[in-house]
Each structure stands twice: as C-alpha cells, then as structure tokens.
Design a protein around this ligand. Structure first.
Ligand code: GLN
Length: 378
C-alpha cells in the first residue's frame, strides 16, 4: 500500500492529464479554459476532502521501492517447475528471475536478472493479435476467432469441439494459430518478416529467434498441428494449417528478456505508442480490445483468479514470462521459468501482484467518494 492508502486517482496520474494539471497550476488563476477550471475544481475538491493523489507515474522512489520489495520477497519463494513438454524449455536455468517496469512516459525500472533471455511463447499471441486487428479491424477477429474465454487449458481440443471452432479466444492455441493464419504478407517468408518486425517495434529493438527452442517445439508440436487441422476443418483457418502452425511455433520461439517484455507491455499501456522509441506501433483505438482479451484469457484457465487478485490485463508464456498492463500508467514484466499447474510462472505472478499491490494499481480498487459535490449534473 502507498502512503497508508490504496487511493489512486487515475485522471491525475495519466501523463496527458498530469501535464494539464501542471499547466493549470503553473498558470494559476489565469487559466480560464473550461477544462482547466474543471481540473482545478477537482484538485480543490480532493484537497478539501483531505485527499491527495496517492501515486503518479512520476513517483520515482515509490516505483523503485515497489520493485525492490517484490523482488526481495519473491526471490526466496519456491514453487513450480519448468515446462518440459517442449524439451528445450526444461533446460532453461530455473533461477532466472527479474522484474522490469516501464512507465507510459518511457522510464525504465529493473531489478534482478533482466538480461537473460527466454522464449516469449504465448505472450507473442497478444502482439500477433494486435497486428491482425490493425491490418483487418477488430470485427474480423471477432467474427473469425471470437473473444470469449474458453475456460479450458490453452491447448484444449475439447474447447474446439464444444463450439465447433467458433468462440475461440486469440490467446489460447486454437484461436492464436488461427490469428497467425490471418497475418498478411508475401508468402511464408514475408509473413514471418512482418511478425518479427512488429514484435521488434513493440520491444524497441530488433528481436531474434531461439533456434534451439524453435527446433525443439517443431519436433514435438503434434498437438498444435492437430489443433490447426481441426480449426481448418471448421473453417476458422482458411488455408494451409501446417504453415500457420509452423509460423506460430516460430513466433513462440522469439527470444526476449524482462526489459523487452516490459517495453512491449508499456507500449500497450501507452495506447500503442512505444514510450521508449516514441514510435506508434499499433492503432490506439485497438488497444482497449486487446487489453480486454488479455483480461479474459491471459492466464488461461486461471485468468479469473488472476483478475480477481490484481485487476490487471496480463499474458503469460510457458517460457516463464508474464506481462501486465496498467492502462495509461505502466507496463510490467517478470520472468521466472518454473510454472504452476495452469502453465503460468509461479514467481512472475507473485512478483507482478506484489508490485500492483504496493503501487495501488488495481483499477477496480477505489475509495468511495467523500468530497463536496462538484457543479454539474441534475
Ligand atoms: N508454444 C507453446 C505452445 O503452443 C505456447 C504455449 C504457452 O506459452 N502457453 O504450446
């Protein structure tokens, strides 16, 4: 908790609004625009009520303390086990553990190991979804794939059968392979180039593939091949399910560290504009839907539990990474390869939840309004 309170005034901490507030304060009584007066009135009401914004993204010391606190608490905790259904993942050092947080205005905070790379795995699904939404519009995704949670494991075949391939979510394997099959490009090579470039723009640096992981998963992904064949049979993948699975497998093998993931998450937190490079990498209008899909299915069949605990849209991967997004404020990522039984990193979940709690970032966590009524309304 921050300052003994979890109060968190969203509008005061969004960068665009906080700069409007700063401008208002700087101009004192001379600022006569309606918006300025409203913001001024809001500040007055909050201060009359004895309330001050608990935390803003410019609160350097609080962010650092939140990260250090989460790291020192969670580093000692042990649970979970590396994924081994992809043989190369079983060999990854289970001790890798780091946390990175990047604010919507581009400040980077890290603790622990944020240099070691793991394969991005299912976190990639978010960014392929973002690409397809940008290329073809959200309606194309809703119609072909759907946005409801399946409530089943990420590689469930029962879920496909239940709805005959409809109502799959883009963040579980059937919907994700179908999403990858929708990416436009010039043949296998062109599609792949577009995907890798887009991921690099989200991360703010060119990314590459872990060849060992790609080979290992390609040799053992018969279940995903079956999933794609079934989605093809139900008309959800239009053609070439084998190629879609192959590209999907390669996207899962892209290598990232915790800082890359946090910048990718922060790009979503900042409405599709990478706050570190300043480049717009997806349409701001599509960000809310991507975040909503993350909230419904980002941690597979434990998505409800996660949302109940943190209130944050998030996405995990079996490589051990998790990203979470606090819209307008920050993106956060943690990596630790051992997974719990739902396939989500044991330590990364704890670490992000801890930072979320320290910074009071759960957007559903509000203190009942207790100030004087502002002008307006009936
Ligand atoms: N490549 C993995 C798979 O398809 C991704 C799964 C995951 O990260 N949950 O099985």
């Amino acid at each position: 908790m921050v300052g003994g309170s979890t109060r968190d005034y969203w509008f005061c901490s969004h960068p665009s609004v906080s700069s409007a507030v700063a401008e208002f304060i700087a101009s004192g009584a001379n600022m006569v625009t309606k918006a300025g007066l409203k913001i001024g009135a809001a500040i007055l009401v909050l201060s009359m009520a004895g309330i001050s914004p608990a935390w803003s993204i410019s609160d350097d010391a609080k962010i650092k303390a939140a990260l250090e606190n989460a790291y020192s608490k969670v580093v000692k905790m042990n649970g979970g086990k590396n994924a081994d259904y992809i043989p190369a993942l079983a060999k990854v050092d289970p001790k890798i553990f780091g946390i990175a947080l990047v604010t919507a205005d581009g400040r980077v905070y890290t603790t622990g190991d944020v240099k070691s790379e793991v394969s991005i795995q299912s976190i990639s699904k978010v960014f392929t979804l973002a690409m397809v939404m940008d290329q073809q519009g959200p309606a194309a995704v809703e119609k072909t794939i759907g946005v409801d949670a399946t409530g089943q494991a990420f590689n469930s075949i029962v879920a496909i059968e239940q709805y005959k391939g409809a109502e799959m979510n883009p963040l579980v394997n059937p919907g994700a392979i179908a999403t990858t099959s929708m990416v436009k490009g010039d043949g296998r090579r062109g599609i792949w180039k577009n995907i890798l470039e887009a991921y690099g723009e989200f991360a703010g640096r060119p990314l590459s593939v872990n060849a060992e992981v790609f080979k290992s998963e390609s040799e053992t992904n018969q279940r995903n091949q079956a999933i794609a064949a079934l989605m093809y049979a139900y008309g959800r993948i239009k053609d070439n399910p084998a190629r879609a699975t192959d590209i999907y497998t390669e996207q899962c093998a892209v290598s990232v560290n915790a800082k890359d993931l946090a910048i990718m998450a922060a790009t979503l937190a900042n409405g599709g504009k990478n706050p570190v490079t300043g480049k717009t990498v997806m349409k701001a209008a599509n960000v809310p839907e991507v975040l909503a899909v993350m909230a419904t299915a980002g941690l597979y069949d434990d998505s409800g539990k996660w949302l109940a605990k943190t209130g944050l849209p998030a996405k995990s991967g079996v490589g051990g990474g998790i990203i979470a997004v606090v819209p307008g404020k920050y993106g956060i990522a943690s990596i630790s390869p051992p997974l719990d039984s739902a396939g989500n990193s044991y330590k990364a979940q704890l670490a992000i939840a801890e930072v979320d709690k320290s910074l009071g970032s759960n957007p559903y966590n509000v203190t009942p309004y207790n100030g004087a009524k502002m002008a307006g309304g009936e």
